[in-house]
Design a protein around this ligand. Structure first.
Ligand SMILES: CC(C)(COP(=O)(O)OP(=O)(O)OC[C@H]1O[C@@H](n2cnc3c(N)ncnc32)[C@H](O)[C@@H]1OP(=O)(O)O)[C@@H](O)C(=O)NCCC(=O)NCCS
Length: 187
């Protein structure tokens, strides 16, 4: 069970649940085709963002496996929500989770995604007690797998054409980190 006390503060960022007031900031990146290129959804119009945001505002705790915790990443310097990070509880019995991240391209290349994703790993390992956290991406999504490598995750698998992604056969990288590896990095 994971019920973080919000907001979660890092050196530069404030992580907190989404609210309806975040609509413009979320639309600013959910509407961009380059953001959705390697995600399981297409660039969204205003109505689709409204529907997505409605769900996002509720994903604030993990009380049972299968749930997703999704947080807004607010950067005070920009006065805006610059992206989102998530942690999915894949299995209670096997203590497995998965993390993911989506950021507004206007704020890429500043280490903000890394700073926010580290919070997801900390919550997963130190508060939810996970044994292993994975991340998955399309091998063509280099910024994504580079970020996972910077986080200290290991590439465990390269699945070849394991799914039909946006109308064509797609590959998948699976990255992972164990609790023990997390503790070693933190020391
Ligand atoms: C995946 C994604 C979140 C990565 O974002 P990002 O901005 O590249 O990641 P980071 O926040 O770690 O920033 C990394 C870069 O900032 C640089 N950087 C600058 N200042 C930094 C700082 N203070 N600390 C750390 N890194 C810093 C790093 O050197 C790195 O640059 P490099 O890639 O040239 O080596 C982003 O590309 C994205 O949102 N993509 C679209 C959605 C998506 O595909 N998500 C993943 C689905 S699997």
């Amino acid at each position: 069970m994971l019920r973080p006390v919000y907001p979660l503060i890092t050196e530069r960022l404030v992580l907190r649940p989404f609210t309806d007031d975040d609509f413009d900031d979320v639309y600013a990146y959910h509407s961009r085709p380059e953001v959705a290129r390697y995600l399981y959804w297409e660039a969204r119009d205003r109505e689709q963002v409204r529907t997505a945001l409605e769900r996002m505002t509720t994903q604030t705790t993990l009380t049972e496996e299968g749930q997703l915790l999704l947080l807004a990443v607010y950067w005070p310097e920009a006065g805006a929500v610059v992206g989102q990070v998530n942690l999915e509880w894949l299995s209670q019995e096997n203590r497995q989770g998965e993390t993911g991240f989506v950021f507004n391209p206007d704020y890429h290349g500043k280490g903000l995604a890394r700073e926010a994703a580290e919070v997801m790993l900390r919550l997963g390992f130190e508060e939810l007690g996970l044994h292993r956290v994975i991340g998955r991406c399309d091998p063509r999504n280099e910024p994504s797998w580079r970020l996972m490598e910077r986080l200290g995750m290991r590439r465990e698998a390269h699945f070849v054409q394991n799914e039909i992604f946006k109308g064509e056969w797609g590959d998948e990288y699976v990255y992972a980190m164990l609790a023990e590896e997390w503790r070693t990095r933190r020391r």
